[in-house]
Design a binder for this molecule. Structure first.
Ligand SMILES: NCc1[nH]cc(CCC(=O)O)c1CC(=O)O
Length: 328
């Protein structure tokens, strides 16, 4: 029986100092990976329509922005390219051309910000005329033929100076395939953060606006996971773990906190979560309407993702949250 006079949980909440003393989860700026969009050209800084405060930069403006980003204490970014339709083809050939602006941007950033961890994206969609993450033949996404292309992208990104490769395509066997290629080419230091449990989600809409990369036909349900499934996330994570992933990611984050917790309970490598574009857009839209306190909602969302078990968070809120944390 609970003796109300003896056990009073409110005592641990009675002042700010005591609340902080017993706080179980903490957020740090070093937990964040800031996803950023890069495009060709110069002097470009184009706001993404459905993501207020998030821009597509050309390399020159991106380097300026990175000064601000790193001054805030952010130590990792994830870079995504936006390619014009004219550069896309069925085989995503542009994804591994040595002189392509995405790879040149990676090298330039690494040169100017050697301490910044640069994560890159491995998937065909930004370069694919079909807008899919894999190679399409007769309306079908081919698994094993895609691996060959992903492998070329991985090697090119490693060569350009990427620290962490992020296979976001959800083809079977790609983590092991990429790990072997990297090791054979002596890129044993290049990490893989695998998009392990990546769901076929409506929350990616704004991101596809940013990259102009929406699929030209159909959807991504033959490779991205069914939002109804949990067991399958364990299987995907198990395979990626065995294939040599250094970190496992869950995506999206907010509607999948149970999956984050599950993977954190089962695997002894760091779990990352991707607080995706639609989650950002939702909070921003409500805040702009005065329906939610944007800053408090942002911090609560990020804290909940950490509480669920994510060690690091990919989030478009990285800068705003860093400002809040730095003021404390
Ligand atoms: N391989 C594509 C990719 N890499 C990251 C995201 C989504 C990120 C976001 O919504 O913020 C997507 C979108 C998709 O699978 O269609």
């Amino acid at each position: 029986m609970i003796d109300l006079n003896r056990r009073r949980p409110r005592r641990n909440r009675k002042s700010g100092a005591i609340r902080d003393l017993v706080q179980e989860t903490n957020l740090q700026v070093s937990d964040f990976i800031f996803p950023m969009f890069v495009q060709e050209g110069s002097h470009q800084k184009v706001e993404v329509k459905s993501m207020p405060g998030i821009y597509r930069f050309s390399l020159d403006t991106l380097l300026e922005e990175l000064k601000e980003v790193t001054d805030l204490g952010i130590r990792a970014i994830d870079l995504f390219p936006n390619y014009p339709e004219s550069k896309k083809d069925r085989h995503a050939t542009e994804g591994y051309q040595e002189d392509t602006f995405y790879l040149k941007a990676i090298t330039a950033i690494k040169e100017k910000f050697p301490d910044l961890a640069i994560m890159t994206d491995i998937a065909m969609d930004p370069y694919s005329s079909d807008g899919h993450d894999g190679l399409v033949e007769n309306g079908v996404i081919l698994n094993d033929a895609t691996l060959d292309i992903l492998g070329k992208m991985a090697l090119a990104q490693a060569k350009a100076g990427a620290d962490i490769l992020g296979p976001s395509d959800m083809m079977d066997g790609r983590v092991g395939y990429i790990r072997d290629l990297l090791d054979e080419a002596q890129y044993t230091d290049v990490s893989i953060m695998s998009y392990s449990a990546k769901y076929a989600s409506a929350f990616y809409g704004p991101f596809r606006d940013a990259l102009e990369s929406a699929p030209k036909f159909g959807d991504k349900k033959t490779y991205q996971m069914n939002p109804a499934n949990v067991q399958e996330a364990l299987l995907e994570a198990q395979l990626d773990f065995e294939e040599g992933a250094d970190m496992l990611m869950v995506k999206p984050a907010l509607a999948y906190l149970d999956i984050i917790k599950l993977l954190d309970d089962h695997f002894n490598i760091p779990i990352a979560a991707y607080n995706v574009s639609g989650e950002y857009a939702m909070v921003m839209a409500a805040a702009q309407n005065g329906w939610l306190d944007g800053q408090r909602t942002m911090m609560e969302v990020l804290m909940s993702i950490r509480r669920a078990g994510a060690k690091c968070i990919l989030t478009y809120f990285a800068k705003d949250a860093a400002k809040v944390l730095n003021e404390r």
